[in-house]
Design a protein around this ligand. Structure first.
Ligand SMILES: C[S@@+](CC[C@H](N)C(=O)[O-])C[C@H]1O[C@@H](n2cnc3c(N)ncnc32)[C@H](O)[C@@H]1O
Length: 190
């Protein structure tokens, strides 16, 4: 993350937008269940709101400094913060009822690592669990905004095939000004 992204993600403005606009849209029509995995939690813009909607939240964050800061803040809200990589999740199979990644996927430096993360997310979800993501579209503005950072956009057209290959079913993609949401289910075992 560059300084601009760090500043935005830690701002009261982003927290407000996440809580009031983004999360309600991403979560629309989905049940989080009792234990949510938040991937790429950053400085926690969504974390407390998720905690208010689920009994347990585990927040995974790659950056050591962000994880330490969020861990100090989130302890009061009974959120477990773990430093780790979304492409090699340090959790057992079927540990979570849902998983959510807000603006995290484009920070994985290759399509291969993103696909590995999709497979890992499927693995740690229980049958019937839901994966939700919010991403931005490719474009010059976002490329400039990610100068000296990582930006490997997930193309919406590729989401269905990639998530289906990872094991998910009922993959949907919806657009909204500024980005798109992905919803994918780990099917119940029959
Ligand atoms: C644009 S920020 C979004 C943070 C937060 N979700 C938000 O909306 O404020 C992306 C976050 O993903 C984290 N990240 C990058 N690579 C990751 C990985 N491999 N595993 C987990 N988190 C990662 C970054 O450190 C950063 O905090």
């Amino acid at each position: 993350m560059n300084r601009f992204e760090t500043w935005i993600c830690g701002s009261p403005f982003w927290r407000y937008v996440t809580r009031r606009q983004l999360l309600p849209w991403i979560l629309e029509g989905s049940e989080l269940g009792e234990h949510v995995l938040e991937l790429g939690a950053g400085l926690g813009a969504a974390t407390e709101e998720l905690r208010s909607r689920a009994a347990r939240v585990t927040s995974l964050e790659y950056d050591h400094a962000f994880a330490a800061k969020l861990g100090a803040r989130a302890a009061a809200a009974s959120v477990a913060v773990i430093q780790g990589d979304a492409a090699t999740l340090p959790f057992s199979n079927g540990a979570f009822s849902s998983a959510i990644a807000i603006l995290m996927l484009h920070h994985l430096p290759s399509n291969e690592l993103q696909d590995r993360a999709f497979a890992e997310i499927w693995r740690v979800l229980r049958p019937g669990g839901v994966f939700l993501a919010f991403e931005i579209l490719d474009g010059w503005l976002h490329r400039v905004g990610h100068t000296r950072s990582t930006f490997v956009p997930v193309t919406p057209a590729s989401a269905f095939a990639r998530l289906t290959t990872a094991g998910f079913s009922k993959v949907t993609v919806d657009f909204r000004r500024g980005g798109f949401r992905i919803r994918a289910l780990r099917a119940r075992e029959s």
